[in-house]
Design a protein around this ligand. Structure first.
Ligand code: ADP
Ligand code: ADP
Length: 226
C-alpha cells in the first residue's frame, strides 16, 4: 500500500522535448486514478517517469513516502503495463503471468497457483498454455495486466489498459480492477483518452495538457465544469 507524491517533476527527452513540465500531483493510497488528455500531452512519459523507466530531469517522485527519484525501476514497488504489452513471445500465458514470481524464485506450485487465480479473474483460464502469438490483442492485453498484478507491487501503472477490449471484456476488466482496489487496496494510475472509461473507473481524474495538470478532481467535478 502506497500513495504517489510528485513534486515539480520534469522529464526532458534528449531531443529537448519537455514531455513533463514542472508537474505536481498526489495520488492517495488505494486510489484508482485516471490520467486523461490529448495524444502527446505527456501521459505515457509521466507513467514511465514514475516507474523509473525515464529519468526525471527535475523534481521528485515519492512512493509510500519514500523518495524513489534516483532508484532503479525494480526497487520502486511499482508494476507497469505497457501499451504494446511487452509479453515474452517464447513463454506461455501461464509463464508470462508467473514471470515476476519466477524472478523472485517462488516455488513452481505457487507460480502456477498465482497464474491460475489471476487468469481466472480475467477470463484467461482456457489460454494458460498458449503463447502470445496465438492470442488476440485483447487476450494479450489481459495477459499483460495479469502479469503486472502478479508482481504484487504497491502501485500499478497502466497505459491504456482496456483499449483493445470489446464491450464485454472491458466491463470484466473494469470489475477486475475495482476488485483489486477493494481487496488489495492497490493504488492504480491509468492512462486513457476515453472519458467514459475514466468516468466508470476513476476515483479522481487529472486532465493533462502540455506536460502539466490542467484540471484535477472527481469525475463529477471534472466533467461538470465548463
Ligand atoms: P502515445 O500513444 O502515447 O501517444 P506514441 O504513438 O506517440 O504514443 O509513441 C509511441 C512510442 O514512440 C512511445 O514509445 C514513445 O516513447 C515513442 N515516441 C513518441 N514520440 C517520439 C519522438 N518524438 N521521438 C522518439 N520517440 C518517440
Ligand atoms: P501521451 O502519452 O500523452 O501521448 P507522450 O508521453 O507519449 O504523450 O509524449 C509526450 C511528448 O513527448 C510528445 O511530444 C512526444 O512526441 C514526446 N516523446 C515521447 N517519447 C519520446 C522519446 N522517446 N523521445 C523524444 N520525444 C518523445
Amino acid at each position: 500500500m502506497a500513495g504517489v507524491e510528485i513534486g515539480g517533476l520534469s522529464t526532458v527527452y534528449p531531443n529537448g522535448v519537455r514531455a513533463v513540465d514542472g508537474l505536481d500531483l498526489g495520488v492517495v493510497d488505494g486510489e484508482l486514478f485516471a490520467l486523461l488528455g490529448p495524444s502527446g500531452c505527456g501521459k505515457t512519459t509521466l507513467l514511465r517517469t514514475i516507474a523509473g523507466l525515464e529519468q526525471a530531469t527535475d523534481g521528485k517522485v515519492l512512493i509510500g513516502g519514500r523518495d524513489v527519484t534516483r532508484e532503479q525501476p525494480g526497487s520502486r514497488g511499482v508494476a507497469m503495463v505497457f501499451q504494446d504489452y511487452a509479453l515474452f513471445p517464447h513463454m506461455t500465458v501461464a509463464e508470462n503471468i508467473a514471470y515476476p514470481l519466477r524472478v523472485r524464485r517462488a516455488p513452481k506450485a505457487r507460480q502456477r497457483e498465482v497464474a491460475e487465480r489471476t487468469a481466472a479473474g480475467l477470463s484467461l483460464s482456457g489460454l494458460l498454455d498458449r503463447r502470445p502469438g496465438q492470442l488476440s490483442g485483447g487476450q494479450q492485453q489481459r495477459t499483460a495486466l495479469a502479469r503486472a498484478v502478479a508482481v504484487e507491487a504497491d502501485v500499478l501503472l497502466l497505459d491504456e489498459p482496456l483499449s483493445n477490449l470489446d464491450a464485454r471484456l472491458r466491463l470484466e476488466a473494469r470489475t477486475f480492477l475495482k476488485r483489486l482496489q477493494r481487496e488489495l487496496a492497490l493504488t492504480t494510475v491509468f492512462v486513457t483518452h476515453d472519458q467514459a472509461e475514466a468516468l466508470a473507473l476513476a476515483d479522481r481524474i487529472a486532465v493533462m495538457e502540455s506536460g502539466r495538470i490542467r484540471q484535477l478532481g472527481t469525475p463529477r467535478e471534472v466533467f461538470q465544469r465548463p
